[in-house]
Design a protein around this ligand. Structure first.
Ligand SMILES: [Zn+2]
Length: 164
């Protein structure tokens, strides 16, 4: 099974590219991503988190595994602060303000258009994973002062959560 890369890895910092082929390779990759996500365990995993800079993420906000390919047209509404972590920053959680509701158009593994939407956990996961495809990790959603403290903590303590 592929390893989840951690904060600092170059693939977490760059913009991912579009998926052009909806073939069996894509299906194999997304199946593997779902396994890695559940194994972690987590509620979402973006391809850059396993070192693959393609516009793909998987998530399960409570109603089974979902695949999002080439997501676009993110729509947001409202605002809510919620405790949030990331599989690439194991052991850390921050209160992060994001839109309460998110809707995101994408494609499934067969290339069919699909829209994912929701508030609460679904809205949060859609925004978090979409950020990964743009080369952003959740630290960028923190306020400047909080981000400074977070970076200091990480450099001092590493990732205590990775062995849990
Ligand atoms: Zn993440």
């Amino acid at each position: 099974m592929k390893e989840i890369v951690q904060f600092g890895h170059p693939s977490l910092k760059i913009t991912s590219s579009e998926v052009l082929k909806f073939d069996s390779e894509l299906k194999t990759l997304t199946d593997e991503m779902i396994d890695i996500m559940y194994n972690a365990p987590g509620v979402g995993l973006a391809a850059p988190q396993i070192g693959i800079n393609k516009n793909i993420f998987v998530f399960d906000a409570g109603d089974g595994p979902k695949v999002a390919v080439n997501p676009h047209n993110l729509k947001l509404d409202g605002s809510v602060t919620f405790m949030e972590g990331c599989l690439s920053l194991p052991g850390y959680y921050w209160d992060i303000e994001r839109a309460e509701y998110a809707s995101l158009d994408c494609y499934d593994i067969n290339g069919r258009q699909i829209t994912y939407e929701g508030d609460d956990l679904t809205g949060r996961v859609l925004q978090h994973e979409y950020d990964h495809l743009k080369g952003k990790v959740l630290l960028t959603a923190l306020k400047r002062k909080e981000r400074k403290i977070a970076l200091k903590n990480i450099s001092l303590n590493g990732f205590p959560g990775k062995d849990v």
